[in-house]
Design a protein around this ligand. Structure first.
Ligand code: ZN
Length: 336
C-alpha cells in the first residue's frame, strides 16, 4: 500500500495562541486537519462573544480551508446569562480550568459548584463542557485521578450535559470514562500520551519538549491508552493538545506543552500501522469527535503517501515533541 486516504480529520483540542505566531500555528494545523477545537486560554482569555468571533475570523484569515471550532473560557465569576450569546458567536464548547493547573490558568476555577448555574445554561444550549481534569494541589502523578470525583459530580448533576475529559493520561481515567454513556461523556487522547512515557521525559537527560500537563505517565498507562484507541471505543477521540511555546520558554522556564500539530496525523498513521491497526485510524481522527460534538463529518479527503522522513528540529522557533523521529507516512494532499 503506497497511499492512504482518510476522511479529512479533526483535532478536537488545539492551542493556536495569538498575534503573529497564530498565523504559523494555524497553517501548521491546517496542513492535515479540516477542523480544530481551539482552546480559549489566550491572553486575554476568550470570555466574550466578540472575542470568540474575532478569534474565529483571525484563524480563518490565517489558514483558509481550516475551520476553527470555537470555545470560551469559564472563569469563576462567569455570568450564566452570557452562555446564549457565546453560542450565537459560534462557540461549540466552554473550557473549565482549575486554578493554576496549566499555562495561563492563574484565573482558573477553585469552586466548581459555584459554576453549576453556568453548566445548567450550557446544558440548556446543548454546548459541550471541556474539562482540564486535574487537581493542582494533589501530588503530580495523582492529579488527574484526584479530579475523578469532581468530574462525576458534574456528570451526575447534569446528566444531559456533554462532558469531555481532556487529554487523558492515566489508565484509571479510561476505566472511569468507559462506564459512562458514550453520547454524553467522552475523552480526548493526545499523540504525545500515546507515544511517550516518563522514561522519555526524564529517564536520561531531561527533555523539556516532552513536558506537558498532565505529564506523560508509565508504560502501563501508555499501553492502556493505545488499547483504548486501537479498539475503536466510541468514548475516545483525538485531541492533540498541541501547545507551542518558543524554544526559550521551554528550555529556560520549563513551560508545559508539546508541539505536535504539524506532523501529528503522520505520526499517528505511523504508530497505528506499526501496531497493525491502520484501519482504526479514521474512526479516531475523523469520525468519533465529530459525532460526539454533533457536527457533520468532513466531506473532504486527506491523502498520505508512504515515505520515510524525519520530523524537523524546529518549526518557527518551536521545538516539536517528536523532533528527530522517523515517520513512515507523509501528508500529500488535503481537500475540503
Ligand atoms: Zn490544552
Amino acid at each position: 500500500m503506497q497511499y492512504l486516504e482518510l476522511r479529512a480529520p479533526d483535532d478536537m483540542h488545539l492551542h493556536l495562541r495569538q498575534g503573529e505566531a497564530l498565523i504559523h500555528y494555524a497553517r501548521d494545523a491546517a496542513r492535515s486537519f479540516a477542523r480544530g477545537l481551539v482552546m480559549p486560554n489566550t491572553i486575554p482569555p476568550l470570555t466574550s462573544p466578540d472575542a470568540v468571533r474575532e478569534c474565529g475570523s483571525r484563524i480563518r484569515r490565517a489558514a483558509p480551508g481550516f475551520t476553527p471550532l470555537l470555545t470560551f473560557k469559564i472563569l469563576p465569576n462567569m455570568d450564566p446569562g452570557l452562555v446564549h450569546s457565546l453560542k450565537e458567536a459560534g462557540a461549540v464548547a466552554g473550557k473549565l480550568y482549575p486554578e493554576g493547573v496549566t499555562t495561563n490558568a492563574e484565573d482558573g476555577v477553585r469552586d466548581v459548584e459555584a459554576l453549576f448555574p453556568v453548566f445548567e445554561a450550557m446544558a440548556g444550549e446543548d454546548l459541550v463542557l471541556c474539562v482540564h481534569a486535574e487537581i493542582p494541589g494533589a501530588p503530580v502523578f495523582e492529579r488527574e485521578v484526584a479530579f475523578h470525583e469532581t468530574f462525576l459530580r458534574i456528570h451526575r448533576a447534569f446528566p444531559s450535559l456533554r462532558l469531555v475529559f481532556e487529554h487523558i493520561s492515566d489508565a484509571r481515567t479510561l476505566a472511569l470514562i468507559r462506564d459512562l454513556p458514550a453520547d454524553r461523556v467522552a475523552g480526548t487522547i493526545t499523540l504525545h500520551h500515546l507515544l511517550f512515557t516518563l522514561e522519555d521525559l526524564m529517564g536520561g537527560a531531561l527533555n523539556p519538549h516532552l513536558f506537558c500537563k498532565p505529564v506523560v505517565k508509565t508504560a502501563d498507562d501508555r499501553k492502556a491508552l493505545r488499547e483504548a484507541v486501537f479498539s475503536g471505543d466510541p468514548h475516545f477521540f483525538f485531541g492533540s493538545d498541541s501547545a507551542p511555546h518558543p524554544r526559550a520558554h521551554k528550555e529556560q522556564k520549563g513551560a508545559a506543552g508539546c508541539y505536535t500539530a504539524p506532523y501529528a496525523l503522520e505520526a499517528l498513521a505511523s504508530l497505528f500501522e506499526a501496531h497493525g491497526v491502520l484501519g482504526a485510524l479514521e474512526g479516531f481522527v475523523s469520525e468519533r469527535g465529530a459525532r460526539f460534538y454533533g457536527l457533520p463529518r468532513n466531506e473532504g479527503r486527506l491523502v498520505l503517501r508512504r515515505e520515510e522522513w524525519t520530523v524537523p528540529e524546529e518549526y518557527h522557533d518551536v521545538v516539536p515533541a517528536c523532533a528527530g523521529m522517523r515517520l513512515t507516512w507523509r501528508v500529500v494532499e488535503k481537500e475540503g
